[in-house]
Design a protein around this ligand. Structure first.
Ligand SMILES: Cc1cc2nc3c(=O)[nH]c(=O)nc-3n(C[C@H](O)[C@H](O)[C@H](O)COP(=O)(O)O)c2cc1C
Length: 291
């Protein structure tokens, strides 16, 4: 089936190495139009996009998100924020209370709105010859990001998208086959062999040559080293050696995303959201620092 959008989707890869070439003003306008015209629950559009282009601000943002050098090197990072502040202020003009921040469902739908807007930008950027990469680690540094960006209460920076003209585009990134994700009418759990095969098709075997494996399984680490970041790649490499990684699953969930370490971040994120004025109806999520 021929589809121009499908072609864009299939050729897109996350790009982490950018040219210095600035992004033209009309291109930035087209990207913002794409964000503003995304689907949105109830068409409420609780989304703000902060453009970070200044060189020192880019450095600061890169540090905040955990020393990811492409954030400093990309000519533009868009910080996508969940924004109930604008809606609330507008409703107040008519003496109407809109406390979307008190409902967990509004948070879930609002975050989906944020992602819909961001992904529209990703696809238009790709179509216009730009590359982009999401940086989700801002979610572990919401307080610092809020301070840097001067966001008021009920605005939470939740996703960064760094963009620029690509210098290098990764090859060899593999995905689950579409049929491994699809179910007819009801959820169909595959048997162990089918499950193993779906993931084997995606990842292949762990290469004898660990460097080659990293190129496809942890392209961020290889790219970070190319861009002069030493600290976290070194720590990760020495942990990989210690663990003597023998399977893709071990690589993913013991080295890259150990679930216990991820769970340790829960409180910080919920408390940061609480300080940003999102109670989400979850009780004492953290003290709001009303500004
Ligand atoms: C929500 C989200 C958060 C992400 N966060 C990061 C990140 O912090 N750093 C990074 O380099 N890539 C990040 N990525 C990009 C993924 O690593 C990338 O999409 C994945 O490896 C698949 O590669 P592809 O985008 O080329 O298909 C993120 C992607 C998503 C969707």
């Amino acid at each position: 089936m021929k589809s121009a959008v499908h072609d864009v989707i299939m050729r897109r890869r996350s790009v982490r190495a950018f040219d210095d070439r600035p992004i033209e003003a009309e291109v930035v306008d087209a990207l913002l139009d794409a964000a503003a015209n995304a689907p949105s629950g109830g068409n409420i559009q609780p989304v703000s996009v902060i453009l970070v282009r200044d060189a020192r601000a880019r450095e600061r943002l890169a540090a905040i998100v955990g020393r990811q050098p492409w954030v400093a090197n990309a000519p533009l990072s868009m910080v996508f924020c969940l924004d109930f502040h604008r809606t609330k202020r507008w409703a107040r003009l008519f003496e109407v209370d809109s406390s979307l921040e008190d409902a967990f469902q509004s948070f879930l739908i609002g975050y989906a709105d944020v992602v819909c807007a961001a992904q529209n930008v990703v696809l238009v950027a790709e179509d216009l010859g730009l590359g982009s990469v999401y940086v989700g680690t801002i979610q572990s540094a919401i307080d610092d990001a809020r301070e840097m960006l001067g966001t008021p209460q009920q605005v939470a920076p939740l996703l960064v998208l760094s963009l620029g003209y690509p210098k290098r585009i990764p090859t060899g990134i593999r995905k689950l086959g579409a049929r491994a994700m699809a179910h007819e009418e009801r959820y169909e759990d595959p048997d162990d062999d089918e499950l193993r095969e779906a993931f084997d098709t995606k990842y292949g075997a762990i290469d004898e040559d660990f460097e080659r494996y990293l190129e496809r399984a942890y392209v961020e680490l290889v790219e970070a080293e190319r861009q002069g970041e030493e600290a976290w790649p070194r720590v990760t490499r020495s942990r990989a050696k210690r663990l003597n990684v023998a399977s893709n699953a071990q690589f993913l969930f013991e080295l890259r995303y150990p679930s216990r370490a991820l769970a340790r971040g829960n409180r910080r994120i919920v408390e940061s959201l609480g300080r940003a004025g999102f109670s989400m109806g979850l009780g004492d999520a953290g003290e709001s620092d009303e500004r």
